[in-house]
Write a protein of this length. Structure first.
Length: 393
């Protein structure tokens, strides 16, 4: 398991430029070889001779031609992954860094959408610049030569912990590694919450679901129901806060509304529900019975009692919750069954928010459709194999 902020070495390999000069015509061939026993993926970009990437190369199979360069004179630049088979990326808008597959569509932090080649990491950009410089000098020599960029030597020098070579090539693990539920893309981001960099689906809802199951496990193994209730309400508060930040950043609105979203604590569910519905058409209680709505609202008010009053009912709780089943100074106690009910309802509410949020900011269809097609083909194959197995019995 890779630790947080651990340096991940390059996968290595050698790039050889074969320069061929014939009657003032200059041609080159590129050869890539690798013998390191690590996971390696390969991509390619078009770059102008000055070392600036200008487009991706769609590498097909044997006999499949590449897409043409955006304009004449571009060099094809081959870029190998880190030794885990992933690629570092950097957003030019917010300077956020992350690792994922080869071709992201959006920044997981600020949701900026750019052509994939503009998300190259700093290390990759240095490499592209060096690659183009070496190839340009070899072509300008006017000779038939072979020139090698030895990335194995770069990796070996880094492993020796000595002075870093000029062509320093490595990536860095981040903090939250998640596989997108919608498109199956791997993402390694700073912090805990973000967008999938391939399809744009946020990971908040899945993270919330995972932590609700952890709380449910604690409840089933003897943790006090009151403590589990506080944990669950705090978790939902955090979830709503993350969505609020994205709405404040991405939806044009008045300063008053932005301040409410960014500075408010989401303890009063009725107020939160009303504002989310009126401002964004996000309905927290969609498809929930009135009795369930009132139950959740009451449980949110009870967090105040546990956090600030040791579990004893105070007048504020009675006024805010309109709870007629308890009286002033009564010690409140929760049951295991009530907390299981609360957890299930919070999951519904989080999913309501997640779905409506992505109606405002739809994910990218293509990677999701590709993943769904893959799942369907796997399911079809699995069923056919089961049928074959049964026919032989």
């Amino acid at each position: 398991m890779v630790s947080e902020f651990e340096e991940i070495e390059h996968s290595g390999g050698k790039i050889t430029f074969n320069i061929l000069t014939d009657h003032d015509q200059k041609r080159f061939q590129i050869e890539f070889t690798s013998s390191r026993s690590v996971h390696m993926e390969m991509i390619a970009v078009y770059a102008i001779p000055q070392g600036i990437p200008v487009g991706i190369i769609q590498l097909g199979g044997i006999g499949v031609p590449w897409n043409p360069p955006p304009f004449p004179g571009c060099f094809p630049v081959f870029i190998a992954s880190d030794s885990r088979g992933k690629f570092g990326h950097k957003c030019q808008s917010c300077n956020g860094y992350w690792r994922s597959g080869p071709w992201p569509n959006i920044c997981p932090y600020c949701a900026t959408s750019e052509p994939s080649f503009l998300f190259l990491s700093d290390a990759q950009r240095r490499y592209v610049s060096h690659y183009c410089e070496v190839l340009t000098k070899a072509l300008d020599s006017g000779e038939n030569v072979k020139v090698v960029i030895d990335m194995n030597a770069v990796v070996d020098a880094i492993e020796k912990k000595g002075e870093r070579p000029d062509l320093y090539m490595a990536e860095q693990s981040q903090q939250c590694k998640f596989t997108c539920e919608a498109c199956e893309e791997f993402n390694d981001i700073l912090g805990r919450f973000g967008y999938c960099s391939l399809c744009g689906t946020r990971n908040d809802q899945k993270d919330f679901e995972n932590h609700i199951e952890i709380i449910r496990g604690h409840l089933n193994t003897g943790k006090a129901p009151e403590d589990c209730m506080r944990d669950a309400v705090a978790l939902f508060d955090s979830f709503v806060s993350q969505v609020a930040k994205q709405l404040a950043e991405r939806v044009p609105m008045t300063i008053h509304r932005k301040n409410w979203l960014l500075k408010n604590r989401f303890h009063d569910l009725k107020e939160v529900s009303q504002k989310y519905r009126d401002w964004f058409d996000i309905e927290l209680f969609m498809n929930m019975k009135e009795d369930d709505r009132n139950f959740v609202v009451r449980m949110f008010h009870r967090r105040h009692v546990y956090e600030h009053n040791g579990g004893e009912v105070d007048q504020k709780y009675l006024d805010d919750s309109k709870d007629t089943e308890v009286r002033l100074k009564q010690q409140i106690r929760e049951t295991k069954e009530e907390i299981h009910r609360l957890l299930g309802l919070l999951l519904k509410m989080a999913l309501n928010i997640h779905k409506r949020f992505h109606e405002l900011f739809p994910p990218i269809d293509e990677p999701i459709a590709t993943f769904e097609d893959k799942k369907a083909r796997i399911e079809k194959f699995t069923k056919s194999m089961k049928g074959t197995h049964l026919s032989h019995q």
